[in-house]
Write a protein that binds this ligand. Sequence first.
Ligand SMILES: Cc1cc2nc3c(=O)[nH]c(=O)nc-3n(C[C@H](O)[C@H](O)[C@H](O)COP(=O)(O)OP(=O)(O)OC[C@H]3O[C@@H](n4cnc5c(N)ncnc54)[C@H](O)[C@@H]3O)c2cc1C
Length: 265
Amino acid sequence: MASTHLERLSMGELLQFLRTAIRKRRAFGYPVGGWSSVISPLAAFLGEGIRLGCRVEKILVKEGKAVGIVTGGEEVKADYVIFAAPAFLLPSLLPLPKDYGKKLERIRPTAGVILDFGLGRRVSKIRDTIVTLEPPTLGWFTSNLEPSLVPPGRQLLTTFMPLELEELKEGARKALARLREVYLGIFPEIEKNILWERGFPTIVNGAELNIHQTRLDRPPVCTPIQNLFLVGDTTNAEGAGGEIAFNSALECVRQIEHTGGSACS
Ligand SMILES: Cc1cc2nc3c(=O)[nH]c(=O)nc-3n(C[C@H](O)[C@H](O)[C@H](O)COP(=O)(O)OP(=O)(O)OC[C@H]3O[C@@H](n4cnc5c(N)ncnc54)[C@H](O)[C@@H]3O)c2cc1C
């Protein structure tokens, strides 16, 4: 999602996105076996060194070099620190050069509400993205894309409505009610087959692709702190949304493998 406001939208970023989408000749894809088929092998590859459910409270810096992090009050030493959360959160974790820190803090994300349904019965065979314009929403029957996500005969539906960041706190409840109304209106069968539903406000893309946040403006993978890297959809890697995140991870690997991070200082 580039921007909910046309006057803020970067046409360059949009055209770049369209060029990639047209070249790929595919509207979208979904991992066979669900996201765990991507994440589980990665976790197995990383082995016991991986810790889940930890919040990084601080990034440790010694003589201008990142040397580790603090989580749960415990210091964890590291040769490299790769910050894979939205870049606007980085300034709260370590002292940064003033201009750089301010630039990161100004990054504007996109936002919206998500409403997921677990359904006891299959109510639609649609495999494409469902789009409504008034109000703007998106929907996917994710289990039609990947049946292994649900027990036989059941169905998953995930729906989304964009909101201005400023509306996220006050407007989420109303937006969720509207989103529910829209999808129950399109698919009346949903209502009597709901096993569970969950709705929540969320940040969607770390950086809105607006005229102030094009690739030229977003921060690079390298930071002013040696051995500290940024990865994720707020960086200046190519693409939109998740694609920026994947491309920035590849760029980060290139930097570490080929330069040991030294070119970044
Ligand atoms: C409904 C919806 C639909 C979307 N559809 C698409 C799509 O079709 N195509 C597409 O390309 N993109 C899509 N996106 C956007 C895509 O999900 C994001 O661009 C992508 O997940 C960004 O990945 P990331 O790794 O940069 O950040 P995230 O996935 O946001 O991961 C950052 C992680 O950092 C963690 N974190 C934050 N602070 C800390 C801390 N202090 N310590 C430890 N961890 C921390 C967060 O908990 C989070 O898990 C969609 C998003 C939503 C919500």
